[in-house]
Ligand binder design. Structure first.
Ligand code: BES
Ligand code: ZN
Ligand code: ZN
Length: 500
C-alpha cells in the first residue's frame, strides 16, 4: 500500500472509496459537500438509523454526482470522548470495511476537528499506522490460491487542508517506519518456534546491523563466554534445550547522545514451562514468548532511519525453556551475575531468571541512564488487565510518565501498577536471597516485577508486562489473530520524540 498526501477537495478525487467520519448524531459537517450528496447522506442516515456511534457505518454509492465511486461514513462516537486510541480503531475498522469490496484506490478525509485536539503530525501518523496495520496478513504458509484472494489497497490518499503539508509529511514518514517495524515484529512472532530459535534471532540481529550501514552494531555472546560472565540464572533456563542460548547485544550510538538507554526484551523462543510443565492449552501460544525480543529487534530495524539523539542498547537473553535430563529443577539454587542467589520453586517462572542476568549485565557492563524491559512475563498480568492492556511498573516517576505518554500517543494501552516494598516478603526464601515464585496464589504480576527490581540497582527502570496484548487470540480491526507487535510503536515514540 502506498500513501499519498493530497490537499484536495474530497469530492474531486477519482477513487474507488472515500472514507469519511462523523461524530454521534451529527451529519452537519457534510453540508459543505455537493447539495445532492448531502441530501443522499441525510436520507440514508435516517433510513438506516445511522447515529454515528463507534462501530457504525453508513455506506452509499455516489451515483456519479461526485468523483469517488463509493462513500463510507464511520461513526466516531461522542466528540468529548475522542482520543487517539479511538482514532486508530475507527480508521482500522473503516479500512477493513472498505476492503470488503476490494478497492484499489482509497481516500480518507482528515477532519479539521481532529487537529484541534492533536497535532497534524500526530493525526497523520496515527491514520497511516492504523491503515497499514489493519491490512496485515501472515500468509506465507498458505497455498497460492488463498494468497491470491487477499487483495491489498494499492493507493491510499490522505486528504487534508492546504498549508499543513510539512508536518503531515513528517507524520507520513514516521507512520510508515513505525508500521513497517511493527509488522516486522508480527512476522517474527508468527513464525513457528522451530524457525525462530535463539540462533535465528541472533541472525536477524546480524542482518539488521548489516542493513544499517554501520549505524547498528551487534555482538552475540555465546555459552562459554556467558559462563565466564557468571550468568548462571540465564544459562539455567536454557539448560534443558538442544538449542544453544544466545545473549544478543545491539548498539546504536549517535554522535553526541543525550543519554544512554537499555531496552531489554524477554526472548524465550518457546516456553514449555520446563519440568514444571505447562498443560497443552497453556502451551499453545508459547512461541510468542519472544514477543519482547521481537519488539527490541523491530525497534533497532527502525532506529537507523529515525536518527534519535540517544544511545540505545538492546539486550535479548534468548533461549528455549524445555524439560529434559539436563533441565533446571525445582529446588535448584542459582547465583545471578550480580551475586544474588535464587531458589527455584517453579521452572515455568523462567523469564525473570533470564532478565535478572540481562539487567545485571546492563548495570555492571553498560551503566545506562535508564532501563526499559518488555516481556511476556506473567499470566497473572492477563488476569489483572485482560488481553489488550499491558502492565507497567517502575522505580522512577519521570520515566514512568514518559512511557505512559509515548503509549498514549501511539494508541497502545498500558496501566501503571504498584511496586509495594512490603510485598517482597512474599518472595523471601529460607535458603537463598529470594525465590522465583511468590508464596500463595495472589499478586503474581506484582511479585514478578518486585523480583526484577532486585537486579536494576538504583538505575531508573520501567517494566512492561505484555503477556496479554502481545498475542491476539481473535481477529480485531488493527490486527488479525496472532502476534501484534505490541510495544514497538511506544518504544520508538519514547526514543525519538524530542519532547521526551
Ligand atoms: N510465558 C509465561 C507467561 C505468559 C502466560 C505469557 C500466558 C503469555 C501468556 C511465563 O513464563 C509463565 O509461565 N509464568 C507463570 C509464572 C508462574 C509459574 C509463577 C504464569 O504466569 O503462570
Ligand atoms: Zn514460563
Ligand atoms: Zn515465559
Amino acid at each position: 500500500m502506498k500513501f499519498y498526501l493530497k490537499p484536495t477537495d474530497p469530492e474531486k478525487l477519482d477513487v474507488d472509496t472515500l472514507l469519511l467520519f462523523s461524530w454521534e448524531d451529527d451529519l452537519s459537517p457534510f453540508d459543505k459537500f455537493d447539495k445532492e450528496i448531502f441530501q443522499l447522506i441525510k436520507e440514508a442516515g435516517v433510513r438506516e438509523q445511522y447515529e454515528g456511534k463507534e462501530g457504525q457505518f453508513l455506506i452509499l454509492s455516489t451515483k456519479g454526482i461526485i468523483s469517488p465511486y463509493k462513500l463510507i461514513i464511520a461513526g466516531l462516537g461522542k466528540k468529548e470522548d475522542f482520543d487517539l486510541f479511538g482514532l486508530y480503531k475507527a480508521v482500522a475498522s473503516a479500512v477493513k470495511k472498505a476492503k470488503e469490496t476490494k478497492p484499489v484506490k482509497v481516500a480518507l478525509n482528515i477532519d479539521e476537528e481532529w487537529n484541534k485536539k492533536f497535532s497534524v503530525k500526530e493525526v497523520v501518523q496515527s491514520v497511516v499506522e492504523a491503515a497499514y496495520l489493519s491490512s496485515y496478513h501472515f500468509i506465507k504458509y498458505r497455498n497460492e490460491e488463498e494468497q491470491k484472494k487477499i487483495r491489498q489497497i494499492e493507493e491510499f490518499f490522505l486528504l487534508l487542508a492546504p498549508g499543513k503539508l510539512t508536518s503531515a509529511e513528517e507524520g507520513l514518514r514516521f507512520g510508515e517506519i513505525f508500521s513497517q517495524a511493527t509488522v516486522f515484529a508480527r512476522d517474527l512472532i508468527n513464525e513457528p518456534s522451530s524457525v525462530t530459535t535463539p540462533s535465528y534471532l541472533a541472525d536477524v540481529a546480524y542482518k539488521i546491523a548489516k542493513d544499517s550501514k554501520g549505524r547498528v552494531k551487534v555482538n552475540v555472546i555465546e555459552k562459554d563466554e556467558l559462563k565466564k560472565l557468571k550468568m548462571e540464572a540465564f544459562l539455567a533456563v536454557g539448560k534443558g534445550s538442544d538449542e544453544p542460548p544466545k545473549f544478543i547485544l545491539l548498539k546504536f550510538k549517535p554522535n553526541q547522545p543525550k543519554k544512554k538507554i537499555v531496552i531489554c526484551g524477554k526472548g524465550i523462543t518457546f516456553d514449555t514451562g520446563g519440568l514444571s510443565l505447562k498443560n497443552a492449552e497453556q502451551m499453545e501460544t508459547m512461541k510468542a514468548d519472544m514477543s519482547g525480543a521481537a519488539a527490541v529487534l523491530a525497534v533497532f530495524k527502525a532506529l537507523s532511519k529515525l536518527h534519535p539523539n540517544m544511545e540505545v542498547i538492546g539486550l535479548i537473553p534468548a533461549c528455549e525453556n524445555m524439560p529434559s535430563g539436563s533441565a533446571l529443577k525445582p529446588g535448584d539454587i542459582l547465583r545471578a551475575m550480580n551475586g544474588k542467589t535464587i531458589e527455584i520453586v517453579h521452572t515455568d517462572a523462567e523469564g525473570r531468571l533470564t532478565l535478572a542476568d540481562a539487567f545485571s549485565f546492563a548495570v555492571l557492563k553498560e551503566k545506562p541512564d535508564e532501563i526499559v524491559d518488555i516481556s511476556t512475563l506473567t499470566g497473572a498480568c492477563m488476569v489483572a488487565l485482560g488481553e489488550e492492556i499491558a502492565g507497567l511498573w517502575g522505580n522512577d516517576d519521570k520515566l514512568l510518565e514518559r512511557i505512559e505518554k509515548s503509549a498514549r500517543r501511539r494508541g497502545e494501552r498500558i496501566w501503571h501498577m504498584p511496586l509495594p516494598k512490603d510485598y517482597k516478603e512474599l518472595i523471601k526464601s529460607h535458603i537463598a536471597d529470594m525465590k522465583n515464585v511468590q508464596t500463595g496464589r495472589f499478586g503474581g504480576a506484582v511479585t514478578a516485577a518486585l523480583f526484577l527490581s532486585e537486579f536494576v540497582g538504583s538505575t531508573p527502570w520501567v517494566h512492561l508486562d505484555i503477556a496479554g496484548p502481545a498475542f491476539a487470540e481473535k481477529d480485531t480491526p488493527l490486527v488479525p489473530k496472532g502476534g501484534t507487535g505490541f510495544g514497538v510503536r511506544m518504544l520508538l515514540e519514547l526514543l525519538t520524540n524530542s519532547e521526551f
